[in-house]
Design a protein around this ligand. Structure first.
Ligand code: PSU
Ligand code: MN
Length: 312
């Protein structure tokens, strides 16, 4: 008995992985906790479409009835989106309980990486990563996503680190944990809703092939852990970083006064920012996820070509 016994992979994804076709993993916390219904479901389906249109196979992941389900269907996406916050936001610590009890969970970056690895998927596209929260020197609130990146060999495409976090400390933490942070066509770390944070990434990369080459070396050499591929939000959807900052500051104060903490804080802050920007940040959030799905597909295709070429 091992974790594989709790894995259920769709026929399409199983077949694609077996044939070495490009597959892109997608998470479900962003559906249940990251966006309101019905936009969350529309976005999840649109993201899958974008992966397909760019030549790869999408594998949306969730824990359903106590199993890591890889490649959930439309009805399951609709169910997770409708149930929203009532679905447990499942991080690593929740896994044994949900599997034992046969319950559902929306997978975060952490648990989506765990499931992707089990299913043999290397590339995972999402919106923003969890990280070190502002004030973490007091609260110790550091997302399990960072630890997962240090131990699980899945490569995460995201629009940088969420602006609600302490980006500088998040980069320091990633460095300590040995996680490479790549910038796609940029030297600077993107700040989710806006193109840049003014902080530097470790390395700039300019093509999906370049990224796939780096992943392949890491993979064949058995260098443990994931990698972060940060992809800036497209210009036309980028929000004014200063204006967002004011909103975030006030949302953090509000959360503090309300005593919101732990796993509730990220969904709360995202929701507050969405309300305060009159939905503008939600639109940006959707566009950046789509942009990441496209790059994820492109990298998966390049990686699949390399792997096919090296096979005896
Ligand atoms: N990025 C988004 N929306 C989200 C998240 C990230 O645009 O909903 C989710 C991801 O699932 C990420 C999680 O893993 O938030 C981080 O939560 P926490 O800070 O509690 O670790
Ligand atoms: Mn946290």
């Amino acid at each position: 008995m091992n974790l594989q016994n709790y894995l259920s992979v769709s026929e399409e994804v199983k077949d694609a992985v077996a044939k070495g076709l490009p597959v892109v993993a997608l998470e479900s916390t962003i559906i249940s906790h990251g966006m309101p219904y019905p936009k969350n479901v529309e976005t999840a389906l649109e993201v899958e479409r974008v992966v397909r249109d760019n030549g790869a196979i999408p594998a949306t992941i969730a824990i359903i009835k106590g199993k890591f389900c890889v490649g959930i269907n439309k009805e399951q996406i609709e169910y997770l989106g409708k149930k929203g916050l009532d679905v447990i936001k499942a991080s690593r610590r929740d896994v044994p309980v949900l599997l034992a009890k046969g319950e559902d969970g929306a997978t975060t970056v952490t648990t989506t990486m765990m499931a992707a690895k089990l299913a043999g998927i290397k590339i995972f596209a999402t919106g923003g990563l969890g990280g070190v929260h502002r004030g973490a020197e007091k609260t110790m609130d550091i997302s399990a996503d960072l630890e997962e990146l240090s131990q699980t060999d899945v490569y995460v495409v995201c629009a940088g680190v969420k602006a609600i976090l302490d980006l500088k400390l998040t980069l320091e933490y990633l460095e300590t944990k040995g996680v490479t942070v790549l910038g796609y066509q940029t030297d600077e770390l993107p700040a989710f809703y806006s193109k840049t944070s003014g902080l530097k990434v470790d390395y700039r990369v300019d093509t999906p092939k370049e990224i796939a080459d780096i992943i392949q070396v890491k993979d064949v050499c058995g260098i443990k852990g994931g990698m972060l591929i940060t992809n800036p939000i497209p210009d036309e959807y980028s929000l004014d970083g200063n204006a967002i900052e004011v909103i975030i500051e006030s949302a953090i104060k509000k959360a503090d006064n309300l005593g919101i903490k732990g796993k509730a804080i990220t969904p709360y802050l995202l929701d507050e920012v969405q309300k305060q920007t009159g939905g503008e940040s939600l639109e940006s959030n959707i566009k950046l996820v789509i942009n990441n799905a496209k790059l994820g597909a492109e990298i998966a295709i390049e990686l699949s070509k390399i792997k096919k070429a090296v096979k005896p």
